[in-house]
Design a protein around this ligand. Structure first.
Ligand code: C2O
Ligand code: CU
Ligand code: CU
Length: 520
């Protein structure tokens, strides 16, 4: 039986049987010692304990599901800045304002090593959750940083090399929402009308336990797909709304699934924000492609809908561009998702209009100011650094290389505060024995927000490239040029594919920000 599945064991004793790839060496690599002490000269606005531990939670009717879970505890600060998500395995929502200082004492109460990454936040290298900084079970890593990002929907998740996929899948993820004055002035729906929605897929066995990879190489090559679509950790999510406007913040927190978001009734999506916060002005799309790691914010106005009417946010079917070996292999050896391949259509959640409300909000035509990078200011305006997303020796690579803990290639060195043009190239097709295997790759840069300069070979509409981005989806055949500024913080950061199985198999590399001025 090719399709035999391996159960996903979540216990305090660790993830037995997963494809962990050199776990022991992870901890013995002579990594930098964890930051275990709080600094006396850092006065945080928010001081919390965040603990990762095994837990169980009812998800489907019947037996509860074993999960891993972030739990928060407020030590100091406003309690509204650390809020549990109801009925969910997801971690608490952390809220902060631009300029605030945050201390998070992260405690690893699991057996496996881990470290937490603040996806989208601009923080110093030692605060960014690089896998070389993993801590073993029982230890604590103290994060202290100032929020330098603008308002936006950021998130956090583990980042141990080779274990990010299973740990996120097991439940370790949460939202990190930043606000600022500009956002407040935009006049968007707030409070209970500002709704975060985390999209993930999961697969369950007959006793309601999570199923992860079967151990078959082909499955890891494709990325894990589940056949249950979860919203905020719930399998049956629906959204009751009043006849008024809402702000919906969507995060694709799935390991490998891509969503082609649309309203079921065909009304266009009104997009107001992306990974790094609000757009300059709203844009309309018939649908939006959302890859793993990406966020999109919608203005959803139900003021013309009748009380009692229903609509839904759906994922429309799409061609994922996989050819030859990929498509065949998926059907034969797919994981929990053989019932729901990438590109299948489904309902994400229903929206029921259940009450009238008089509040009339008009969509602001001006949302925020975005300072546009000028390509002429880049060190290489005409000569982008090229990063080819290709399969080599049955593994996904970037320029033919896989992740090595401390390794940095020539094109991965950048000068502190420089602006560079990077081009990602998803060639697709023609890769020899794999029979032209090609796949979508959502490419993520740590530690910054970048701007998309150009997208070529476009196979799908539905990209929102207008705003600040930290993750950009490339379907097979596409090339994307980005303008990235490596500002403020020297040190070792990551860029990688945010298909978490690709990342775990090594489709991840370091970039090194060098302070050449201080060396001189
Ligand atoms: Cu959201 Cu390196 O990750
Ligand atoms: Cu990140
Ligand atoms: Cu990938």
């Amino acid at each position: 039986m090719i399709n035999r599945r391996q159960f996903f064991h979540i216990t305090a004793a660790g993830a037995a049987g997963l494809l962990t790839g050199g776990m022991a060496s992870l901890l013995n690599a002579g990594v930098a010692r964890a930051a275990i002490h709080v600094s006396s000269d850092f006065n945080p606005d928010l001081d919390v304990v965040l603990k990762a531990a095994a837990d169980e939670i009812p998800i489907l009717p019947g037996a509860p599901t074993d999960v891993w879970r972030f739990k928060g505890q407020l030590l100091d600060g406003d309690p509204s800045n650390l809020v549990d998500m109801e009925r969910s395995y997801l971690g608490p929502i952390i809220r902060a304002r631009t300029g605030q200082k945050i201390r998070i004492r992260f405690n690893n109460a699991m057996a496996d090593p881990t470290i937490v990454h603040w996806h989208g936040l601009h923080v110093p290298a030692e605060m960014d959750g690089h896998p070389r900084l993993v801590i073993p079970g029982g230890e604590t890593y103290v994060y202290e940083f100032e929020i330098r990002n603008r308002a936006g929907t950021y998130w956090y998740h583990p980042h141990p090399h080779g274990l990010t996929g299973p740990q996120v899948y097991g439940g370790l993820a949460g939202l990190f929402l930043v606000s600022d004055d500009e956002e407040e002035a935009a006049g968007l729906p707030s409070g209970e009308y500002d709704i975060p929605l985390v999209l993930q897929d999961r697969a369950f066995d007959r006793s309601n336990q999570l199923i992860y990879l079967s151990g078959h190489h082909m499955e890891q090559m494709n990325g894990f797909l589940g056949d249950w679509i979860m919203v905020n950790g719930q399998p049956d999510f629906s959204l009751p709304v009043a006849t008024r406007a809402y702000r919906l913040r969507l995060l694709n927190g799935s390991n490998a699934r891509i969503y082609r978001l649309a309203w079921k009734d065909g009304r266009p999506l009104t997009v107001i924000g992306t990974d790094g916060g609000l757009l300059e002005e709203p844009v309309q799309r018939r649908y939006v492609m959302l890859g793993p790691g990406e966020r999109v914010e919608l203005w959803a106005d139900f003021s013309n809908d009748a009380v009692g009417s229903e609509t839904a946010l759906v994922s429309l079917p799409f061609d994922d561009g996989m050819l030859g070996g990929g498509r065949m292999g998926r059907g034969m050896m797919g994981g929990g998702g053989d019932g729901l391949p990438n590109g299948a259509g489904f309902t994400i959640f229903r929206v029921g209009v259940n009450r009238a409300e008089e509040t009339v909000l008009t969509l602001p035509q001006r949302l925020s100011a975005i300072e546009r990078y000028d390509p002429a200011d880049a060190v290489n305006p005409e000569d982008p650094k090229r990063f080819h997303l290709v399969m080599r020796h049955m593994a996904w690579t970037i320029n033919g290389r896989t992740f090595q803990m401390e390794q940095v290639a020539a094109e991965e060195r950048v000068a502190l505060n420089s602006l560079e043009v990077w081009e990602f190239i998803n060639e697709g097709g023609g890769m020899g024995m794999m029979g032209g295997m090609a796949m979508p790759h959502p490419i993520h840069l740590h530690g910054m927000q970048f701007q998309v300069l150009q997208r070529r070979g476009v196979t799908h509409e539905g990209y929102v490239d207008e705003g600040w981005k930290d993750t950009v989806l490339l379907m097979p055949g596409e090339r994307v040029r980005v303008l990235a500024r490596f500002g403020d913080y020297a040190g070792l950061f990551l860029y990688h594919c945010h298909n978490l199985e690709h990342e775990d198999m090594g489709m991840m590399r370091n970039y090194l920000v060098e302070n050449t001025a201080s060396a001189a």
